[in-house]
Design a protein around this ligand. Structure first.
Ligand SMILES: [Zn+2]
Length: 584
């Protein structure tokens, strides 16, 4: 389950800060956060060397205290490691500004890497990032600088972290907030040989030197492939794989100031393709016939086991605190009965979507029993757990932009509203003009009436087309991500290739495009494909697909081999084209 602090990367990146998303951070937490009131600063009491040697401890916890131990780790180079989107065990008991005993629920914890002794220095890059990160978070949650505290202020009898004075720190945070948190200055730290700390975006001779040492095409441009290669190197060497060449990486990769590095890492072989049963042919899709609308004279009712529409027919089963409806209409049946043009997406995008999602979710599916309050449709878009935004609002906002009359017929007449920026993946629902921003206000969505209204809406062809377009539109979230200086769809151009990336994006969006970076980087390093995708043909496309499938198998996404085997089998059956430029 995804917790609510999913805004952390965007807020930190907008403040000009470098982030590193720890795999599975969105679903990591002790529980959902309470209302976020402030930020609490800690130090790790970790090793003296390494950028963030305490990262694993912060993720997993200690024998006496379950992880995660903070939402954010702050490396010595100023990188924020995003560990958890839910509650973390960092505060314990204490009090700050009237918040008593509930530090873990109300404060985001930042654990900065430091040994916690006066002789371990706090690098400028780390302190600068801490001030900026705290300022950006406080600004986002609408709190002032008094709402950042040290652990030692919240729990003075138990704790002494951090060692430095908090009052001047708060003053500098206030100054940053007054100035709107400007971008971080580009003043590189250097090591004792005056080699600068460099990261993605850097250019010049020092980048060429690093690329030479890494065995990457030495074009002097620190792009995604160089970063991917550097991360792989750092992982191999037991360094923090942050993709930044700082003093510790320089010392490791070039200890004498001149030495090169060894051969590239082991090449992972593609998974063996298993054949996968073909889904049964689609049944004919029901026409767009809306069940009768409920109102004061036509009520939805329920007993201990079922909910019944105004026509007296049961449409849902009682399940926990809410209801469940699986729905009837499959995506392939709907699409077969409706030309792609009517659905608003290309046949290629539809083939990719149905290849990845299959027909698991039906167009009328509703669930109102889990912690996301209400989930609807083929991708089970939710109202969002706790006080967070959800993906359902983005779907409904799309419907409203597409056809206001249908929106009003299905939802507007009952006071439901939805707000989401065009292209956004999440947004906010409202009822009678009041935003549903608290768990308590979202509880009403569990009712038999709302279950019925969403199930009923799922029978409308405009709503159905919106569902399909919204699901397939997910391809637009990554299709032109820059990968090694070219958009993703300059490298990967087949339906199979795009479907594989969509599959990873649906399962683990933060891994894209890093996985593809690494796969492409390895091919470029080995010299097995030209660096200009415009010169690529089918052989290069095939090589990249094979390499990407192998690279995916090394990630923490769910069942990567099974999932890619399914898509490769569909390609062999002619249901997804592997031909270069087949995705249109
Ligand atoms: Zn602490």
């Amino acid at each position: 389950m995804v917790y609510s602090l999913t805004w952390l990367p965007e807020v930190l990146q907008k403040a000009g800060l470098k982030i590193s998303e720890v795999p599975d951070w969105r679903t990591r937490g002790r529980a959902e956060m309470g209302r976020v009131r402030g930020v609490m600063v800690h130090h790790t009491v970790g090793q003296r060397t390494g950028n963030m040697p305490s990262l694993n401890l912060l993720i997993r916890g200690r024998p006496d205290l379950n992880g995660p131990l903070a939402q954010l780790g702050l490396g010595r180079d100023g990188t924020f490691y995003i560990i958890a989107a839910g509650k973390a065990n960092h505060a314990g008991d204490g009090e700050w500004r009237g918040i008593k005993h509930t530090g873990n629920s109300n404060f985001i914890g930042i654990e900065a890497e430091n040994a916690g002794t006066p002789d371990d220095p706090w690098p400028d890059a780390q302190m600068d990032a801490l001030r900026r990160g705290v300022a950006a978070i406080l600004q986002y949650i609408g709190a002032d600088s008094t709402m950042v505290c040290g652990h030692k202020e919240y729990a003075p009898t138990r704790k002494k972290d951090p060692l430095w004075e908090m009052a001047p720190f708060r003053e500098s945070v206030a100054a940053l907030m007054a100035g709107g948190v400007p971008a971080a200055p580009l003043i590189p730290a250097t090591d004792e040989r005056l080699r600068p700390t460099i990261r993605r975006g850097a250019t010049g001779a020092i980048v060429q030197t690093l690329q030479g040492l890494l065995g990457v095409n030495p074009d002097g441009d620190f792009g995604p492939a160089t970063e991917a290669r550097l991360r792989a190197y750092q992982r191999d060497q037991g360094l923090v794989p942050d993709g930044i060449a700082g003093p510790r990486t320089w010392a490791s990769i070039d200890p004498g100031g001149t030495a090169g590095v060894g051969a590239v890492g082991t090449v992972v072989q593609p998974a063996v393709v298993a054949s996968t049963p073909v889904p049964a042919p689609a049944v004919a899709v029901a026409a767009s016939t809306m069940p009768v609308a409920d109102d004061a004279q036509h009520r939805v009712t329920a007993d201990a086991r079922f909910a019944y529409g105004p026509d007296g027919k049961s449409f849902a089963t009682v399940h926990g605190p809410g209801f469940q409806v699986n729905g009837e209409t499959r995506v392939d049946a709907f699409v077969a009965a409706n030309p792609a043009a009517g659905v608003g997406v290309t046949p290629s995008a539809l083939r990719c979507y149905t290849g990845v999602m299959g027909n698991e979710g039906r167009l009328e599916a509703v669930n109102t029993y889990d912690r996301a309050f209400l989930s609807f449709g083929i991708m089970q878009w939710t109202a969002g757990p706790g006080n967070g935004d959800g993906e359902l609002a983005a779907l409904l906002a799309r419907l409203q932009r597409t056809d206001q009359a249908v929106f009003d017929e299905c939802f507007g007449r009952y006071g439901l509203g939805a707000r989401a920026a065009e292209g956004a993946m999440t947004g906010r629902l409202s009822f009678d003009g009041n935003d549903l921003t608290t768990a308590a206000s979202k509880e009403q969505l569990r009712s038999k009436e709302w279950t019925y209204r969403f199930w009923r809406a799922g029978h409308n062809n405009v709503v159905r087309a919106c569902e399909v377009a919204h699901a397939a539109g997910r391809i637009g979230k990554f299709i032109d991500d820059p990968i090694h200086n070219h958009p993703l769809n300059a490298w990967l151009t087949s339906e199979l290739g795009i479907a594989l990336v969509l599959d990873e994006h649906v399962n683990a969006p933060s891994h894209v495009p890093g996985t593809l970076d690494a796969a492409l980087g390895a091919l470029l390093v080995a010299g097995s494909v030209p660096a200009d995708p415009a010169t690529w043909g089918q052989a290069e496309e095939d090589k990249l697909v094979d390499k990407y499938v192998a690279q995916r198998a090394t990630t923490r996404m769910t069942d990567p081999v099974k999932r890619s085997s399914h898509l490769l089998a569909l390609s062999q059956q002619g249901k997804l084209s592997a031909a270069r430029h087949s995705f249109v």
